[in-house]
Design a protein around this ligand. Structure first.
Ligand code: G6P
Length: 608
């Protein structure tokens, strides 16, 4: 949440900062600002709204000229999205200029202390405390002042600071919020995420918690929390900047939906050899797998839906008890973890604050931790015992699609690997499952052809006030995802229910014309779900049924039937989710919503 950029070099800073901020806009987009040293002063321009609004304001005020600057795109936590609350913030009597991502938890007590010391606050943000606190401690020693700030504040932060006395330098530090440094030639960069610097350099340093960086145009120095100089290895980025561009598509979401065959192929194929599952990143012997007492899965949002899917799969395929928790609940419920239990955390960004805290809690309790992560070298990836990367490439749209599909693939691989170790799967069965997995990319590709059908359905249903999703078992897990996808980008109220639970209250919400999407792909549960379809139809619902294979009888009870191919029940979620993503996309388009940047949301939720 919130995006930070910094530039120091020989080129004009403003365009570089603005370009970087656009690449980070997925992290927050309710206000933005930049600060540039113009040779005499550090000048700030900021605006509520999108980066485009900031650009308009800069066009009015005149571009900020200068070669050193910092910038920020905000997702408000403390104080409304206004010009005043936007970053950068000034500290002291203007000698400090600072941007911040995170939350300063003890800001109220620090604010009181600073006010008593004579500092004047103009915004409602916790960030302004950080700016004044830095000014309070700063007597010319940047690392020393930063260390004192870090010792005083509680909470999470990635921060970039300019001081008026040394404007040819950017001071940066982080704890629990991501920050990377890009190394150029005669210029250096700072950003919350790699895509923001990729146009300029592929050589990055990934800051760890408690570390401080001092950037000049020709040098980058790192320090640990004790202020001692630190050597850091360069991380060479292998993917290219184009992967994070729209490439001719109207929206990132549309592009990312279309990239799913590749994401799935790239995630599966390196881990399947000659009909065997081979996951070298998983450091567990067959014996250790056999000793697993319970699998704890923790995640947020769509990744939690992958976790819900995984629960059914691990229990049925591998026969291992599995619990799936929302990370925000897990971290505070003192979960019971016994010897041999493992914890799987699922996160596209690898930075979600609650998921990271849940991972740390599981580690503290002694569980072997495995993360399923998309962003390479992200904090969750670095802190877990084993990391199994999804190979989805950069995902920019706030609503996840291709990372979700890639996460499902890692779950299948793990479930089959566990099942083999537990001798629940013969060699022949494993080979057959691998063959089916390898067919997934082309099956998903074929489903993308449902685009026109889903667009037509969206035209018909886009004015709905409520849309319900129902399903059983794995279909329930996918209903949860279909419903979230729809509500987050179209702003239509939507809920997903286990179909068997309908009669316990929800059915009272069904009226004449209420759209109900019934996910009924699981053969073993088909008759049961068909019964529920009949019940809602009898009460006036307009039913869109999603079935696997022919199932002609469903046409009698549903208004629209979407067919996906037959596949093994474990793999059907990968197919069922595709039309639901496309449906949500067109529903949002029909309603004129900003598909890639839905209101109030951010892609990377780095605050609790
Ligand atoms: C946000 C995103 C969701 C995502 C969730 C978890 O809410 O909008 O798409 O599923 O965070 O994010 P993570 O990066 O941990 O997968």
């Amino acid at each position: 949440m919130c995006g930070i950029v910094g530039y120091i070099g020989e080129n004009s800073a403003s365009p570089i900062l603005l370009d970087g901020l656009k690449k980070l806009e997925y992290r927050g987009y309710d206000s933005a600002g930049i600060a540039v040293f113009d040779g005499d002063n550090v000048k700030v321009v900021k605006s509520k709204g999108r980066i485009a609004d900031l650009e308009n304001k800069l066009a009015e005020t005149g571009d900020l000229a200068g070669f050193v600057g910092i910038g920020h795109t905000r997702w408000a936590t403390h104080g409304a999205p206004t010009d005043v609350n936007a970053h950068p913030h000034k500290g002291g009597s203007g000698q400090v200029t600072l941007v911040h991502n995170g939350i300063i938890e003890n800001y109220i007590e620090l604010k009181a202390m600073l006010e008593t010391a004579g500092y004047v606050f103009v915004s409602e943000t916790d960030t302004e405390v950080l700016a004044h606190l830095f000014a309070y401690y700063y007597k010319g020693d940047a690392v020393g002042a930063m260390r004192k700030v870090m010792q005083t504040v509680r909470g999470s932060y990635a921060t970039a600071i300019l001081t008026a006395d040394a404007p040819d330098r950017i001071i940066a530090a982080k704890k629990d919020s991501p920050l990377i440094v890009g190394k150029g030639k005669g210029e250096n960069f700072l950003a919350s995420d790699i895509p923001a610097v990729l146009k300029h350099t592929r050589e990055c340093y990934l800051l760890d918690d408690g570390e401080i960086a001092i950037l000049t145009k020709s040098d980058i120095a790192f320090y640990n929390a004790s202020g001692e100089p630190l050597h850091k290895d360069i991380y060479h980025v292998t993917w290219d900047a184009q992967a994070a561009e729209k490439g001719g598509y109207a929206h990132f979401m549309k592009k990312e939906i279309a990239e799913q065959p590749a994401a799935v192929r790239d995630t599966l194929s390196p881990r399947i050899h000659d009909g065997r599952i081979d996951i070298p990143e998983l450091h567990m012997t067959d014996g250790e797998i056999r000793d697993i007492g319970k699998i704890h899965i923790v995640a947020c949002g769509s990744a939690w839906h992958v976790g819900m899917t995984a629960k059914y799969i691990f229990e049925t395929v591998a026969g291992i008890p599995c619990e799936t928790d929302l990370a925000s609940e897990f971290r505070y419920r003192d979960p019971i973890m016994r010897k041999g239990d493992i914890c799987i955390v699922i996160s596209q960004s690898g930075e979600t604050a609650d998921t990271l805290a849940a991972l740390r809690e599981a580690k503290r309790k002694g569980a072997h931790t495995i993360s399923i992560v998309n962003v390479v070298a992200s904090t969750i990836a670095r802190e877990s015992d084993d990391v199994l990367y999804t190979m989805a490439g950069p995902e920019i749209a706030v609503a996840t699609t291709k990372a979700f599909s890639a996460q499902l693939c890692v779950v299948y691989l793990l479930a089959l690997r566990f099942a083999r170790a537990l001798e629940r799967l013969s060699e022949e069965e494993e080979a057959a499952q691998c063959a089916q997995l390898l067919k997934l990319p082309e099956e998903i590709q074929a489903l993308l052809a449902l685009d026109g059908d889903m667009a037509a359905l969206a035209k018909q249903f886009s004015m709905a006030n409520n849309v319900f999703f129902i399903g059983r078992g794995l279909d329930y897990a996918i209903s949860l995802e279909g419903s979230l996808k729809l509500k987050e980008i179209s702003y239509i109220h939507s809920e997903a229910y286990a179909a068997g639970e309908l009669k316990h209250g929800t059915i009272s919400l069904i009226e004449e014309g209420t759209p109900v999407v019934a996910v009924a792909t699981q053969e073993a549960l088909f008759e049961k779900t068909l019964g529920n379809i009949k019940e809602v139809r009898a009460r006036g619902a307009k039913v869109i049924a999603l079935v696997s294979g022919e199932h002609r009888e469903v046409a009698e009870f549903a208004d629209h039937v979407i067919h996906i191919p037959r596949a093994s029940s474990m793999l059907l979620p990968s197919l069922a989710v595709i039309p639901l993503q496309i449906f949500a996309y067109y529903m949002a388009l029909e309603r004129g919503c900003d598909v890639d940047k839905p209101r109030n949301l951010a892609k990377s939720v780095t605050v609790e």
